[in-house]
Design a protein. Sequence first.
Length: 746
Amino acid sequence: MDLHTFSQDNFDPKDWINNVFRSQEAQQNRDQYASSLVMRLQLAIQEVNNALEETSQQVVGSLPRVLRDIESLGHEVAVLKNQMNSVRQDIEKVEHNTAASMQTLVKLDTLKGRLVASSQALREADNWTTLSTDIEEVMEGGDIEAIGGKLVALQNCLGILTHVPDYEERVAHLEGLKVRLEALASPHIVAAFTHHNLDESVKYARLLRSLGRVSQLESYYHKCEMGQLGAAWRGGVEGAQLSATPTWLTSFYDRLSLLTSQQVRWCGQVFEGSDPNLLLSRLAASTLASLDPPMNQVIAAAIKQQEEPLLFLVTVKSTGDQFLKDLEGTLGSPKTAHRNATYMSNEDALYESERMVVSGVLKPLQEQVAKLQEYEEAQLLSHLISADIVKSDMTETLRRFREYCSKLTTQAESASQRCLQLTNGWCFPSMVAALTSYIEQFAGRLAQAARHVEKQKASITDDWTVFTTCLNLIQAAGELVMAVDSCEHTLATLFTSAAARITWEATASPFTPTPDLLLTPATITLLRDMITKVVDEDGRVLERSMTECLNQCQNSVEAALQTITSPVSSQLAVLPDLPAWQANPGSSSQLSASFSPQEYITQIGQYLMTLPQHLEPLLVNHTPALNRALQESNTASSSSGRIVSESEISAADFLISSVGQNTCRMYTEAVLRIPQITTTMVTQLTTDIDYICNILEDLGVSSCEPLDKLNTLLKASPEQYWKVAPGNNPRLIAAVRQMRNIPVQS
């Protein structure tokens, strides 16, 4: 039987029994199989017990021998300890007896070293004299490699002669020789670098490096490449049409990008010990900084020839972004084939040089980005001017105005996209300022329409198209507010998203664009303020535009209502001057009591009763813009600030209610201008007021204040006047008292 299973840590008797009884033998006769299994287990237990007993006896038998071995080992350790103490004493004795001899040996060794150094210095001094004499002959021969070998030997000699009195003169002499060699080699170095001859470049690079002139070597390389790149830039700019797509800039960036990608491995072979990424990034930065003419001047000249400056700038920016992306792929990440511990120490210098490249690409745009508001405003206003909204026909003007409202959101989104593409959203404050001016100019068209409608108030009773024009004016005002609302939502969403992506410091990668590369400090402050207002404080992006549009909306509604109520105001204008109110009490011309309203009030009533039929289209067609304009007007004029929603009152009912309220107010003011009235006049006046109040009630006007209060004060008898007067407007109480000649309450 296999007993290995019983020794496992996760042994489970139930699982073992179930597994055993799954065999075919167990299935045939379970009882017999179980008995056989129990017997085998008992035998196995007996065998284990026997083995344990035998092992125990062996252990007990071997214990005396183990104890003897331990005792013997302890004795040997004691002997070894005594021997070690003896050796330590012998060593201390030797050190004590030979200390003076060791000091003498050290002094002799130091003296030997000084003698050897002096001997070598003498040999090198003699060698310096010999080499100095030979170098002139070699110089005349012009063999650059031989001259280099001699100069390296002189340099090695000079390293030994640091303590000689004329050391500084020797250094100056050697430096002069190096300069002469460099002058001889410079044409060959320039030719090798210009044609990218690897073998020649490596040869001269090793020569200058052996002489400690690495910086001059890199300077030669930079001058050669910058000369070719500068010539390519001048040729591209001078021969290109600056008014077209900036192919001249794309071509230059492509050449610079191709050069860096091809030269990484080449520089690693030529400039041993230098970081090729650092070398090439400095080359790119120096090239961009030394362009003639400067890039910002070329862009400024090209902008003057553009019909759409922003589109041109966006193209220039995208071209630069692609160049930086390609350069980051080439130089941005460490190249394991060329980097080691020495290169790692240059990471700060590499970061700075790559950052200078990014600045060299983006800084030339800063001057033009500062004019974004000017360019954006001009582009937006050109769309507005081309729309030609204002026409001699006011109906056509309002139709065009309403059609253009639907384009506001598209224009705002287009302006936002241009801002995002050009500045990653950093110039949103300037773009919003341009959009605000654009919306104000557009809203000014509505103000012109409102003034035109006001001039037509005299003809509304003869030409009911004026009434329709008033409704169109209100609807246009509502569509303007709704359009600005839509713009606000679009801009807020885009700006919030852009603000979340702004990186103020390029800590992750030097190629990360940051606002300081494109914006002036003042513009950065505006950007931070806008982020605080819109993102942190949940403020409006187009707060100024919305305020202006709401004012225009209220003015338009007021102009429309004044025009609609002009027939009423014209009839009420003659009320205080009627002959009846100016007759002396008791005269024959005094107005006789009548229970029928006068002609002026019946004409007002007839006009009011015609309003529902002209407003009937509003009851059938849903006009959200009209409702919005009336809501905003009601909110602005209501002291409670409560908005009348569409579910509470329709646009038609609202207009009828507004006309009714205006009628009550104007009628009250007209009555209060009557100098004096008699009891008979009061009866006629209250009859007129009751007539107009009944008409307003039929029209659904819920309240006729202050006309109701005026009617109450007119109907009250002189004795009851001061009982009903409390609670009314003091001006109204005083004016009616004077008209009726009621004594002042004592």
